[in-house]
Design a protein around this ligand. Structure first.
Ligand code: HEM
Length: 412
């Protein structure tokens, strides 16, 4: 066998996506192959470079000379390919902060940080615990249930909807609108049906939020929508379009991700009964458990940046307008940093992970996600002393870049 034949093809392109059943089963082994191949790997099919070593990924996330606005991406690149649906560039209204660079990003991030503060999150602590318990009351007495539909899905939606101040009766609509939007928005190969659903969801959500903003302008309340309207930074305020866009972002960013952190995290915790016992024996391990859940199988597997000048990235020279995909999930398994990365270990010391991204775009919702996850895990274990996984074939969602379960059947 020649050397060329002996080397199996690298799992890139669609092979490095949830469309590939092997990736669905175990993305981290495929990400290992890509990470160990080289510091940077070219993926021609998807028009991008992939970087997955921890140190390189961290450096890229912290690099203030890289952009995210897809309008800066060159023809045929990954970011340009999925520009239209994801950035809202083909729709009326403001693109979300997620796809804007300074100075727009700086201004919007600074304004939202005035309203969505650690204090506003801390104020929710007691209520978050109540919401968790209320949801679990509904499955009390059942021998088994689907943790995703009973708990992981509704829980963060109810929390963020209550923070925003939307009517609890409208929460099912909220969940549907954001799920449909994310399912197509982050999938460059979404079917026509998916795209149509996302467009309808986008229009309905927008109309709903425009009405809510107009209502708060007339009758301010003690909620996040009102706080966003009044947020001020050096004489600058959000306009109505921007408030609507920011609320949509908080809803979408907060729903799917926290749901999947809890789903993946509980699957891994319950799948390792010795770890469950350790946590039951020593509840002070709770915070570390959630960090290990984020490292081991975080809900966001990839993020990305765009070059805006000729430069070197991870040792590779490139021109302006190139897409650089950072494999957060690959970096979190980098053996240069983590000992036995494929072992789920809640006692792991100094867990350093990139599940929330980094730099000036570091996840704004990280404190809320951590609080929700810690409260969720604790409440589940307290309410069900014998909680365990049922025998099942796991079914994974197929949204590229994200990692989450369709359902997770547990027994009590
Ligand atoms: C476990 C849950 C979560 C994970 C794993 C997660 C992950 C991420 C990641 C990877 C980024 C991109 C960072 C980058 O590219 O450098 C991000 C950005 C963001 N996240 Fe989260 N997120 C979570 C929960 C939330 C929640 C609960 C909210 C709000 C309610 C939220 C709001 C945001 C926002 C607004 C941004 C954009 C920040 C910016 O562009 O400046 N996230 N998140």
């Amino acid at each position: 066998m020649t050397e060329q034949q002996a080397k199996p093809a690298l799992p890139i392109g669609m092979k490095l996506s949830p469309m590939n059943p092997d990736y669905q089963k175990d993305p981290f082994s495929l990400l290992d192959e890509v990470r160990e191949e080289a510091r940077i790997v070219r993926d021609d099919f998807l028009g991008r470079y992939i970087v997955s070593r921890f140190e390189d990924v961290q450096q890229i996330l912290n690099d203030r000379d890289l952009a995210v606005d897809p309008r800066k991406a060159a023809e045929g690149t990954f970011n340009q390919m999925f520009r239209q649906r994801s950035s809202g560039a083909d729709r009326e209204g403001e693109p979300s902060m997620l796809f804007l660079d300074p100075p727009d990003h700086t201004r919007l991030r600074s304004l939202v940080s005035k309203a969505f503060t650690p204090r506003s999150i801390e104020k929710m602590r007691g209520r978050i615990e109540e919401i968790a318990n209320e949801l679990l009351n509904k499955v009390e007495g059942q021998a088994s249930f689907d943790l995703m539909t009973a708990f992981c899905q509704p829980y963060p939606t109810i929390v963020i909807a209550e923070m925003l101040g939307v009517d609890p009766r409208d929460q099912a609509d909220f969940k549907r609108w954001t799920d449909d939007g994310v399912a197509a928005g982050f999938d460059p190969f979404a079917s026509e049906e998916k795209k149509q659903k996302a467009e309808t969801a986008f229009r309905q959500l927008r109309a709903y939020l425009e009405a809510a903003v107009a209502e708060r302008r007339a009758n301010p309340k003690d909620d996040l929508i009102t706080a966003l309207i009044h947020a001020e930074d050096e004489g600058s305020f959000f306009n109505d379009e921007e408030v609507v866009s920011m609320i949509s972002l908080l809803l979408a960013a907060g729903n799917v991700t926290t749901t999947d952190l809890l789903g993946n995290g509980m699957k891994n915790l319950l799948g390792n009964p010795d770890q469950v016992q350790k946590l039951r024996d020593d509840p002070s391990l709770l915070e570390n458990t959630v960090e290990e859940m984020l490292r081991f199988e975080g809900p966001v597997t990839f993020s990305g940046r765009i070059t805006v000048d000729d430069r070197e990235i991870a040792g590779c020279p490139m021109h302006a307008g190139q897409s650089v995909t950072v494999a957060l999930g690959g970096a979190n398994y980098d053996p240069r940093l983590h000992k036995d990365p494929h072992t789920f270990d809640i006692t792991r010391e100094d867990i350093d992970h990139l599940a929330f991204g980094g730099g000036r775009r570091y996840c704004l919702g990280a404190p809320l996600a951590r609080l929700e996850a810690q409260t969720g895990v604790r409440t589940l274990l307290e309410r069900f002393p014998n909680l365990r996984l049922a025998q099942q074939d796991l079914v994974w969602k197929t949204v590229p870049g994200f990692r989450g379960l369709e359902r997770l059947i547990v027994e009590v």
